[in-house]
Design a protein around this ligand. Structure first.
Ligand SMILES: [Zn+2]
Ligand SMILES: [Zn+2]
Length: 238
């Protein structure tokens, strides 16, 4: 059994705060995860860099992206290129299918963040094409301020043919591993197989306190924006 956190943002994301090296070092030294997915918003450069650096840290990386479809966020995993934002959910699923990737719905039905509804997931699962590429849904997302949608998602997943995943949705490195998915095996291929066969096991639910998440995020944003101001100032000065 190995553990994977399949929803992590880096500083390549519009709202991520930690650089790739920090994410890899923290994961290797402070967690027992062997696989992580870097899933920046509508971006893949951070994931590709993480994949390149991962062997140095004894880790494996799933290259992914959290794509803003017109009907809510969608995690596209095992992809090599950016997926365009703004397309309807069905078209995005078909796009990822063509690329050879697979998809997970993050924070389904959650309020205050752009989320695919449970009704929409139901419609996709009834479609022969879409259901092939929609392998899972988060039944636990550690980044949500209101967690009642996690319970609703879990009930839905238990009644439907879809894999279950728990993720951190970490925007700061200290939250990595607050949600993680267990699977039998150790390789990326075995993880993908477990996802597509709906055989993942949800083993980790370690939500950080909301105060820690918000406090940590604000702190890192502040450090990041002051660094950008310093950089701009030094560029202007030269
Ligand atoms: Zn999201
Ligand atoms: Zn996210």
């Amino acid at each position: 059994m190995a553990y994977a956190d399949l929803h992590i943002h880096s500083s390549f994301s519009s709202d991520g705060t930690s650089d790739i090296e920090t994410i890899l070092r923290y994961t290797a030294e402070q967690t027992d995860l062997s696989i992580i997915a870097i899933t920046d918003h509508n971006e893949i450069a951070g994931a590709l860099l993480a994949e390149k650096l991962a062997p140095t840290y004894g880790l494996q990386v799933v290259t992914g992206s959290e794509v803003s479809t017109s009907e809510g966020h969608l995690l596209a995993l095992f992809i090599r290129e950016r997926v365009p934002a703004g397309m309807p959910l069905y078209e995005t699923l078909m796009y990822v299918k063509k690329m050879g990737g697979t998809c997970i719905v993050p924070h389904p039905g959650a309020r205050f963040t752009s989320s695919v509804s449970l009704t929409k997931i139901h419609t996709m699962l009834a479609d022969a094409q879409a259901s092939q590429v929609l392998s899972g849904m988060e039944i636990f997302n550690a980044g949500l301020l209101r967690t009642n949608s996690n319970a609703q998602a879990a009930n839905f997943a238990l009644e439907h043919e879809i894999g279950m995943v728990a993720s951190s949705d970490a925007h700061i490195y200290r939250c990595i591993g607050n949600g993680a998915t267990g699977f039998v095996g150790s390789t990326l291929d075995e993880l993908r197989h477990a996802l597509e066969m709906h055989q993942t096991h949800i083993l980790r639910h370690y939500p950080d306190s909301t105060r820690n998440i918000i406090g940590g995020w604000l702190y890192h944003r502040l450090v990041r924006s002051s660094r950008q101001v310093l950089k701009r100032t030094s560029v202007q000065a030269t």
